[in-house]
Design a protein. Structure first.
Length: 541
């Protein structure tokens, strides 16, 4: 056959010849293509060959896996006789025009050796999937590469989190694991390969044409070097972006004797092995990340359950008041907390808001809640000073807590201290009042002092205590929920609604206001209502 054609080779070495008769000749995974290929990295419509005058143009048509001609990424390329086309990672094609080579000339000793190498390489690539530990996988890669190249030793270097490359694993020709101390080699070649993403195959470091460039390496007892980048499959939204993918490491091989120039098949074999190794290393990394995230999620679920368990299930029950509260962290765990205190002849309640979010805030919140439980008394200002003193001794820099603590007596007297917290709202027949008397946030200031105020409640008066996750909740337009909406929400509800119902209605109003937006802060609401002092029962004479 003398006309333009594409030879398509499969993994078994079988060759299919496809004449370039369709214009364009389409290549891809969909059955409608002229050249039908298989593989997850091959797009349904991957590439095409179109005739323009006397030229044949190969175009990538927006594939994810990339199109390569003679190992160079292309978007559009004018084909020449003998050009090797790679689609994705594995599909190999060759463009031919004119007389075909004599089939007998292909069956040379070198050709037979290349086929054997290819078959061995395929076996090795299949074995890569069995490695469950990264060191085992890397050892397999180096052993395979040493056998394929005839080198005496090899190692893999991966990026160091602090910068540069770090020696990860080395192997000798007898499949012996070597340490970094066993290697005397310059870092220049692997660092160049890692930086450029281009392989280096040096048969003789003492060659006059390159000896000066590799002077330091040439002083070591090595002469031949093979070094290839570990490149991930080059997926991209646009074919023009495929060259932006950096290596994940390098595979380095050397020997003390001058090596023969590497055949094209050996170089391609090493690069294919390196690509598969990079793919397997990345899979190992992703698997480790998934396992780590799964463990973290389990730990966070446990922490969430533990934190919720630290919060009181229900308020103490008395005839003269009713109370209810709920805390919804913006993450699995949060820095808000609330607590109740059943004091002799009175009822104490507190809400705290730790600066920050997540695990650190949750730990500090749990600690402050514990301190509150141990030190709280019926004098809120004294309690707040004691909490602040205990916090100052911990010297937690840039960590502070805003706390509101109130004590309600049967006669309606509410004694409270507000340490930098959102002022709770006292809602009753006389309107709305903010409870702001107190002092600074607790934790950072050893000289902080605190005051308390006493207000007298009438039956039906309600204290609404909330964290800034309520008042500062944002909607899609960036507007905050605000304090006025809290008042409007309460005013719009029946006056005989229980605190537990009020809490749920207020939280529902916040969720409705912020619909479609992610919760940005912990949300806590505690509502206490004074019912009035129960008159003593008078017995009959």
């Amino acid at each position: 056959m003398q006309g333009p054609r594409v030879e398509v080779s499969d993994a078994m070495g079988r060759v299919q010849v496809v004449p370039v008769e369709d214009d364009p000749l389409t290549i891809g995974r969909a059955e409608s293509n002229v050249v039908l290929l298989e593989g997850g990295e091959i797009s349904r419509r991957h590439a095409e060959i179109a005739k323009e005058g006397e030229r044949y143009i190969l175009r990538d048509v927006g594939s994810h896996g990339g199109t390569f001609v003679n190992d160079k990424s292309v978007v559009e390329h004018a084909l020449s006789h003998g050009d090797r086309i790679r689609i994705g990672r594995h599909a190999d094609l060759q463009f031919l025009i004119g007389e075909a080579p004599d089939p007998v000339s292909r069956a040379t000793t070198a050709g037979v050796r290349s086929l054997r190498q290819a078959a061995t390489l395929l076996d090795w690539l299949g074995a890569l999937g069995t490695a469950k530990v990264l060191d085992q996988l890397l050892a397999m890669v180096i052993d395979f590469a040493i056998t394929l190249s005839g080198a005496e030793r090899g190692f893999i270097m991966l990026p160091d989190p602090v910068g540069g490359l770090k020696f990860t694993l080395g192997r000798g020709a007898q499949q012996v694991t070597l340490s970094g101390e066993d290697f005397q080699t310059s870092r220049k070649i692997p660092e160049q390969v890692f930086a450029t993403g281009k392989p280096q195959f040096i048969s003789d470091l003492h060659d006059e044409s390159i000896a000066q460039e590799h002077e330091r390496t040439g002083q070591l007892p090595i002469r031949s070097v093979h070094c290839v980048p570990l490149m991930l499959p080059r997926y991209a939204e646009r074919a023009a972006e495929v060259d932006d993918v950096p290596p994940v490491g390098v595979l380095y091989l050397d020997g003390p004797e001058e090596g023969s120039p590497s055949s094209q098949e050996t170089q391609l074999g090493l690069q294919t092995l390196a690509a598969e190794a990079a793919f397997a290393i990345e899979n190992n990394r992703l698997y480790s990340e998934i396992q780590g995230k799964a463990r973290l999620e389990r730990d966070l679920r446990t922490a969430h359950e533990f934190q919720q368990g630290l919060l009181p299930m229900a308020a103490p029950r008395h005839d003269y008041f009713s109370a209810s509260a709920e805390m919804a962290p913006c993450r699995s765990i949060g820095g808000d907390f609330f607590d109740y205190l059943d004091l002799p002849g009175s009822f104490g309640f507190a809400v705290g808001d730790v600066a920050g979010k997540g695990a650190a805030a949750a730990l500090l919140g749990a600690r402050v809640q514990e301190i509150f439980s141990c030190l709280a008394c019926d004098a809120p200002a004294v309690t707040m000073a004691a909490i602040n003193s205990a916090m100052v001794k911990k010297t937690l820099q840039a960590r502070f807590v805003a706390v509101f603590y109130g004590v309600l007596s049967p006669d309606g007297r509410l004694t409270y201290c507000n340490a930098g917290h959102n002022p709770p709202l006292l809602v009753g027949e006389n309107g709305v009042r903010r409870l702001s008397t107190g002092g600074l946030i607790v934790g950072p200031f050893s000289e902080a002092t605190y005051e308390q105020e006493v207000v007298t409640l009438s039956p039906g008066d309600t204290v609404i205590t909330f964290s800034d996750g309520v008042s500062e909740a944002l909607n899609a337009e960036g507007a905050g929920f605000g304090v006025d909406r809290i008042v409007e929400c309460v005013d719009a509800l029946p006056s005989d609604l229980e605190p537990s119902q009020l809490v749920q209605e207020l939280l529902a109003a916040v969720r409705k206001f912020t619909v479609g937006e992610q919760q940005s802060d912990d949300i806590t609401v505690l509502i206490a209502r004074y019912r009035g002092e129960t008159p003593p029962t008078v017995g009959r004479a």
